[in-house]
Design a binder for this molecule. Structure first.
Ligand code: PXP
Length: 261
């Protein structure tokens, strides 16, 4: 894949540090398989921080299938790097965000029967519903991120309702089963990242990233943060969490170094 990376211009600005947010949900998935306290998501977060993570992401799902309420409390109280709280736009989750005041809250669509977050938020179609959450969360001094498909329509709607950040759903790019499909999905991400910056939105990306897919995304200069979980926790089974995060960081740095300063 590496040879297919298009050269991306950084619009004459200093090359920005690309932050890595490590999603620790699946440490809790393993813990919950047996009940009890092992493995501990807070310990994973601390290892991630030591390995070079710039932030920790945790998704408190409505069904509590992995991260639990007490995990959010412990992370909010003990982390020295920013906590990105992933949440559905519900009153229950809003109250939890207001109680713990994470650095950022990322609103995601949530369906109980899905295995993971399956699509982006329909901000364009549901902005009347979402803007109340954006206003209340921002009013508490928490940055608001909206997880959306890489579409200009969704970005314009996100900007319209006052989001600080958009996180681009890069799952279809990561999961593409042909090079043609992957290239087409990548073009959408490239275009959306540029549009996000033009709209004054901070641009993040996530979902499904692996060692093989991360470098081209890291080479997009308008993207300033990647949120990565499942692959890192899976790879940690073989090499350890510290090593899997360091290797991801190394590949992100290789991608980022392709941006012309
Ligand atoms: N960003 C968002 C909004 C997500 O919902 C997820 C999955 O929980 C991720 C990033 C991380 O995706 P993955 O676990 O596939 O790396």
């Amino acid at each position: 894949m590496t040879e297919q990376i298009p050269t991306t211009e950084s619009q004459g600005t200093e090359m920005q540090h690309l932050r890595l947010g490590v999603n620790i949900d699946h440490v809790a998935t393993i813990r919950n398989a047996r009940g009890g306290i092992h493995p501990d998501p807070l310990r994973a977060a601390q290892i991630a921080e030591a390995a070079g993570a710039d932030g920790i992401t945790a998704h408190l799902r409505e069904d509590r299938r992995h991260i639990a309420d007490h995990d959010i409390k412990l992370l909010a109280e003990n982390l020295s790097i920013p906590l990105n709280f992933e949440m559905a736009a519900t009153d229950e989750m809003l109250q939890i965000a207001l109680d713990h005041k994470p650095h950022a809250a990322c609103l995601v669509p949530e369906k109980r029967e899905e295995r993971t977050t399956e699509g982006g938020l329909d901000v364009a179609g549901g902005h009347n519903y979402l803007s109340r959450f954006v206003n209340e969360i921002r009013g508490a001094g928490i940055r608001v991120s909206l997880f959306v498909e890489p579409s200009v329509e969704q970005l314009e709607a996100s900007s319209h309702i006052g989001a600080d950040i958009v996180e681009l759903h890069v799952g279809p790019y990561c999961d593409a089963d042909t090079e043609e499909k992957r290239a087409a999905e990548f073009e959408k991400i490239l275009k959306a990242a540029k549009a996000a910056e033009e709209l004054g939105l901070e641009c993040h990306a996530g979902h499904g990233l692996t060692y093989d897919t991360v470098e081209p995304v890291a080479a997009i200069p308008n993207i300033v943060e990647l949120n990565i979980g499942h692959f890192l926790i899976g790879e940690a089974i073989f090499v350890g969490l510290d090593a899997s995060i360091r290797e991801m960081r190394r590949r992100m740095d290789i991608g980022r170094a392709q941006v012309k300063g």
